[in-house]
Design a protein around this ligand. Structure first.
Ligand code: UD1
Ligand code: MG
Length: 458
């Protein structure tokens, strides 16, 4: 149910100078999704009345990456600090209720952690903090007699304050009216000449509002990403967590540290995945599917009992039950393999619909083609589907046998039950149940013929 009293602000306007790239920081990906998308998903899961994303650096690029119509975009034309960023969101906030502030560069934040601080932020300012043994870069939580009195940024901290290990995650919740009041009092008299959001703590204390910081033990869920090292590190944490979830569902991972999920993977029982595989987009693996080492699988459905051998690439394809693919197969978009099909090494399929029981076992290219039932396609067969300008279709009917090293020049139909002799170049439709040959008329041998010799002097 929507919480009509809840507004969420996500700060995403910063450049991310420490990333040393042109790409806006919040578009860098974790698990194949921009880090901002993780944060937006977390926000939406809390069913807020409004989600306001403050954008700025790389603005159009950031906006274009999200199609969610419910997001309210607030521009921060100049990045003058996190407090200034929140000020840009103020016109969009409801007068009543609470505001939760999230940072676009803290992608693994959990719904439960947000809910926990929201539950305590009806009257007071709640801060999510954590203990970090090496707190460099984070704002330190300063306490007096145990009570939070300020947050001091690293660059403004005294040597003594820098030894504080309780740090600010940047995630805060408070009554919206109070936030408005505190923000109006910010200044930029600090080492970075920025309007720090964190200064509202001192202001709130002066305003007699209770400020509380609650520590989480789940350090990685609140770790901010400021550098490529942080990005790589959090990516590994994310992948480790996804691997755990797969194993909890019963998937056998031969090494949980060597799988990468960049989308959503649905699995039935008894799935086994060998090392080095990458799954992107939406992938479904049916019961007992086995994926060999180093496969890249994107937006594909693979039905029960099918075995994908190592080093295969599959994209936007559907594969039926009890089939065998690979090793070294490339299945490109639009391909549908029915049940009990075999696709072997160095075979490329594109927009090919292959019916039950058919085999394409070695070194072939089959594109823009339909292949009937129980067809055998010999090694080195090519469908010539492209004349340099247009693409044409090849139809291979049931029970066809195509001999090795044949070229089928589309548009062409290979009639039911027909056999194509090895080495043929077929340019016309072939009759059903007949043998069709198309080779040089005779085979001759020249005795005494000598191979050319290398005439170049060394
Ligand atoms: C901030 C906090 C620090 C905290 C840390 C947690 C402040 C002043 N500091 O530091 O206490 O420990 O996060 O990760 O709040 N942003 C804008 N506009 C700006 C500046 C930043 O939208 O003008 C956005 C950035 O895109 C980013 C987030 O705010 O998503 C945090 O900014 P960043 O510069 O990374 O702050 P930190 O130095 O990490
Ligand atoms: Mg940061």
């Amino acid at each position: 149910m929507q919480n009509n009293r809840l507004n969420i602000i996500i700060l995403a306007a910063g450049k991310g100078t420490r990333m040393h790239t042109h790409q806006p920081k919040v578009l860098h990906q974790i698990g194949g999704k921009p880090m901002l998308e993780h944060v937006i998903n977390c926000a939406n899961a809390l069913n807020p009345h409004k989600v306001v994303v403050v954008y700025g650096y790389g603005g159009e690029q950031v906006k274009a990456a999200f199609s969610d119509k419910k997001i309210i975009w607030a521009e921060q034309a100049e990045q003058l600090g996190t407090g200034h960023a929140v000020q840009q969101a103020l016109p969009h906030l409801d007068e009543e209720g609470q505001t939760l502030i999230l940072l676009g560069d803290v992608p693994l934040i959990s719904q439960a952690a947000c809910q926990n601080i929201l539950n305590q932020a009806d009257q007071q300012l709640m801060i999510q903090s954590f203990d970090k043994s090496n707190p460099a870069g984070y704002g330190r939580i300063v306490r007096q007699a145990g009570t939070v009195s300020a947050i001091v940024e690293e660059k403004d901290a005294t040597a003594e304050q820098r030894t504080i290990t309780e740090v600010n995650t940047g995630i805060m919740a408070m009554p919206t009216a109070k936030l408005r009041h505190w923000l109006s009092q910010l200044n930029n008299h600090n080492a970075q000449q920025e309007y720090y959001l964190t200064d509202i703590v001192g202001i709130a204390v002066a305003d007699q509002t209770v400020v509380n910081a609650e520590k989480t033990n789940d350090e990685w869920s609140v770790t901010g990403i400021n550098s490529k090292q942080d990005l790589a590190f959090i990516e590994r944490v994310y992948q480790q967590r996804e691997a755990e979830k797969l194993m909890q569902k019963g998937v056998t991972l031969l090494d949980p540290a060597r799988i990468d999920l960049r989308g959503v993977l649905h699995t039935e029982k008894d799935v086994q995945i060998d090392v080095g595989c990458i799954f992107e987009g939406k992938v479904t693996l049916g019961e007992g599917v086995r994926i060999g080492a180093y496969c890249v699988i994107k937006n594909a459905q693979i039905a029960a009992g099918t075995n994908i051998a190592p080093f295969s690439h599959i994209e936007a394809a559907t594969i039926g039950q009890n089939s065998k693919v690979g090793p070294y197969a490339r299945i490109r978009p639009g391909t549908v393999l029915n049940d009990e099909t075999h696709v072997g090494n160095f075979v490329e399929l594109k927009n090919a619909q292959v019916d039950t029981g058919s085999k394409i076992n070695h070194l072939s290219y089959i594109g823009d083609a339909t292949v009937g039932k129980n067809v055998n396609i010999g090694a080195g067969t090519i469908t010539c589907n492209y004349d340099g300008a247009n693409k044409f279709k090849t139809v291979i009917e049931d029970n066809v046998f195509v001999g090795s090293d044949s070229q089928l020049v589309a548009p062409v139909k290979i009639g039911k039950g027909s056999t194509i002799a090895a080495g043929s170049t077929i340019t016309k439709d072939t009759p059903e149940d007949a043998l069709t040959l198309c080779r040089a008329r005779e085979q001759k041998s020249i005795s005494g013929w000598k191979r050319p010799v290398n005439t170049k002097k060394d």
